[in-house]
Design a binder for this molecule. Structure first.
Ligand code: BG6
Length: 289
């Protein structure tokens, strides 16, 4: 399928009616629907993002830089580039294709612009899969096919759709240290039992366990975020003031989104020639009665 700008998108469906939509622009997941047709990811209704700008929502991939931690553009270039559907994807030994719909995308440094600002022969492979149980999985093998080492940061900047930011809580980050972007990336330790929200938040939690949960009491939904190779977790909500400053986000939309990203930020991934890193993010929905 194509979007209104003519960008190719891939639609995955499972036999129960769940679906996932991925754009070749940025390799960005734009929609993840449950078998009841409920949208689980937030995307802004303002919809004024045109390539090269990514859509505000879904799962943009921040690579090879997170935020402003480096000399590249904010969150790196991967989310602004056109990705390709990969005809001959690499073998993923741990991937069981039974009951899954999936697509393989790849980003390669194809234009002069990329090689000038980031002169490394990398390949970023991305397999997006939708399982019979509705789980969404992103697996990214990144090999260094160069003769020089390189290092990168990454975040799967996941915008969850939530009923109301004041009603949700996040568990799994208790007692962790975090870097606070609102305080010059200073390091603090989380004191609370679970995270709740009453103002802007922009943090990188460090060395988290491999499962984090977002509870949406009002919608009786819980999102489970399981991750491998991604020690850090970004938590972001712009709140009212910053939301007004973002031209591609409605003034009130911050109430219905929460970013919780599997990420590797504090300690960049270092790859020697011939080495490969693989990250894996698995999102599932648990409904309570
Ligand atoms: C967050 C960053 O992860 O992403 C924030 O920590 C940033 O500082 C936010 O504002 C959104 O970034 P962007 O470039 O998509 O507007």
């Amino acid at each position: 399928v194509k979007d209104k700008n003519g960008t190719d998108q891939v639609l995955l469906k499972n036999p129960k009616g769940a679906s996932v939509k991925i754009s070749l622009h940025g390799g960005q997941v734009l929609s993840w629907k449950s078998d009841k047709g409920d949208e689980l990811l937030f995307t802004s209704a303002k919809g004024n993002s045109k390539p090269p700008h990514p859509v505000r929502g879904g799962i943009p991939i921040c690579f090879p830089q997170f935020g402003t931690r480096g000399s590249l553009e904010q969150h790196g270039f991967a989310r602004n580039k056109m990705w390709l559907v990969e005809e001959n994807p690499p073998d993923l030994p741990s991937f069981d294709s039974t009951d899954k719909a999936y697509v393989d995308l790849v980003l390669k440094p194809s234009d002069e612009d990329t090689t000038r600002i980031w002169p490394h022969s990398f390949e970023f492979h991305l397999r997006v899969s939708l399982a019979l149980d509705g789980n969404l999985t992103l697996i990214s093998p990144v090999p260094n096919i160069n003769s020089k080492p390189f290092s990168f940061s990454i975040a799967y900047h996941t915008y969850f759709s939530i009923s109301d930011i004041s009603e949700v809580r996040v568990e799994g980050l208790e007692t962790l240290d975090y870097l606070d972007n609102l305080f010059d990336k200073e390091r603090f330790t989380e004191q609370g039992d679970a995270l709740t929200f009453e103002s802007e938040i922009d943090r990188v939690y460090l060395n988290s366990r491999d499962v984090v949960a977002v509870f949406d009491h009002e919608r009786k939904r819980t999102f489970l975020i399981k991750k491998e190779g991604l020690p850090d977790v970004v938590v972001w909500n712009p709140w009212d003031k910053k939301a007004r400053a973002l031209t591609d986000l409605g003034d009130e939309e911050y109430k219905h989104m929460l970013c919780v990203d599997g990420a590797a930020i504090e300690k960049p991934i270092n790859l020697k020639p011939g080495e490969e890193w693989t990250g894996k993010l698995n999102l599932s929905l648990v409904l309570s009665t």
